[in-house]
Design a protein around this ligand. Structure first.
Ligand code: SF4
Length: 325
């Protein structure tokens, strides 16, 4: 199935759930299996700081949200947590923080170098830096930088991300690519006010940017944020359709499989939500390295709950797939 146009994407986004599940979902799953090795991928995940100077209207970690306790994990402790991940057999690590002005760039380079020496494939999401800093991150050992564009609709981006702007974000994305790091990027699916045609544009932008990982997720309202007052969670079926379209358009990329189901109490480890994501063509799970007391405060969304490696093995078995660490 060759999908290249906005019209083709819109047709799938508008399909009934029955037709999508019959005609598109199995095709996307087949494309994943044929082009990869029918194995789920796993990455350690470490939210090393939940401090952020920004005010994104949808994010629970936005500056000034007093509903969470802030923490910062210093570089030596990040390295120790990386060792724990290696002992579990994990070979990928995803390091993520808010735009924390007091977390020294040199500290980030220190833990990146150490994790690189341990042999990790390193993904980093730490916000907007300058061109030279992306190059330093690349030299230190960051393989992939996660810089979401969140929404390709410029006016909506500027409304929902008042601490930056769309042109600046796209410039940052361009500089990440020029540094030689792989680019992970994507959108929020189903935030209040988003139209289907916006989602189609988002998908086309991901293709154009030649992303390595689509870290996508349906919009989930976070307590204490302005956008939570505008509307509820994004549609799960639309999210699954986006996963399938991305898989059909980009057979080799990673797509987040840690997706929610109907029951938000199960967070991103909902068995049904995770299995549906695998069926739709997603493949990448997280193993959270944070102690539970900190994990509950790494709070971009409510109920972010992520289980450990055992959960991933259980899911892979249910989906008749292997696990690739
Ligand atoms: S989305 Fe990222 S940059 Fe925006 S407030 Fe949340 S942590 Fe900060």
């Amino acid at each position: 199935m060759n999908i290249t146009t906005k019209e083709q994407i819109m047709e799938i986004l508008h399909m009934t759930a029955d037709v999508y599940q019959r005609d598109i979902m199995p095709e996307a799953k087949k494309v994943y299996a044929q082009n990869n090795d029918n194995a789920v991928r796993v990455t350690a995940m470490l939210g090393y700081s939940n401090v952020c100077k920004n005010q994104c209207l949808y994010c629970g970690m936005r500056a000034g949200n007093t509903a969470i306790e802030r923490y910062r994990i210093e570089s030596q402790e990040v390295i120790a947590m990386g060792k724990n991940a290696r002992e579990l057999g994990l070979k990928r690590i995803f390091l993520i923080s808010g735009e924390d002005p007091l977390y020294k760039f040199e500290e980030i380079l220190t833990f990146v170098r150490a994790l690189n020496e341990m042999g990790f494939f390193i993904s980093l999401a730490a916000g907007e830096y300058n061109r030279q800093q992306y190059e330093e991150l690349k030299s230190a050992g960051v393989d992939e930088y996660v810089m979401k564009f969140e929404m390709s609709n410029e006016a909506e981006f500027n409304r929902l991300n008042p601490s930056t702007n769309f042109k600046k974000r796209m410039q940052a994305i361009e500089e990440v690519k020029q540094s030689g790091m792989l680019l992970a990027s994507g959108n929020i699916v189903g935030y209040p006010g988003q139209r289907m045609s916006d989602i189609a544009d988002d998908i086309l932008l991901m293709k154009k940017l030649d992303i390595s990982w689509a870290p996508i997720i349906p919009y989930l309202p976070a307590a204490g944020t302005p956008l939570a007052e505008e509307g509820g969670r994004g549609n799960l079926n639309t999210n699954l359709k986006e996963i399938s379209v991305l898989r059909l358009m980009m057979p080799h990329i990673n797509i987040t499989a840690a997706q929610p189901g109907e029951n938000m109490k199960n967070g991103l480890s909902d068995v049904e939500g995770n299995l549906n994501a695998l069926k739709a063509g997603a493949n990448l799970f997280f193993v959270d390295m944070l102690p539970a007391a900190m994990a509950k405060n790494f709070h971009v969304i409510d109920d972010r709950l992520i289980h450990g490696l055992e959960h991933v093995h259980q899911l892979a078995k249910l989906a008749d797939m292997q696990v690739k660490l």
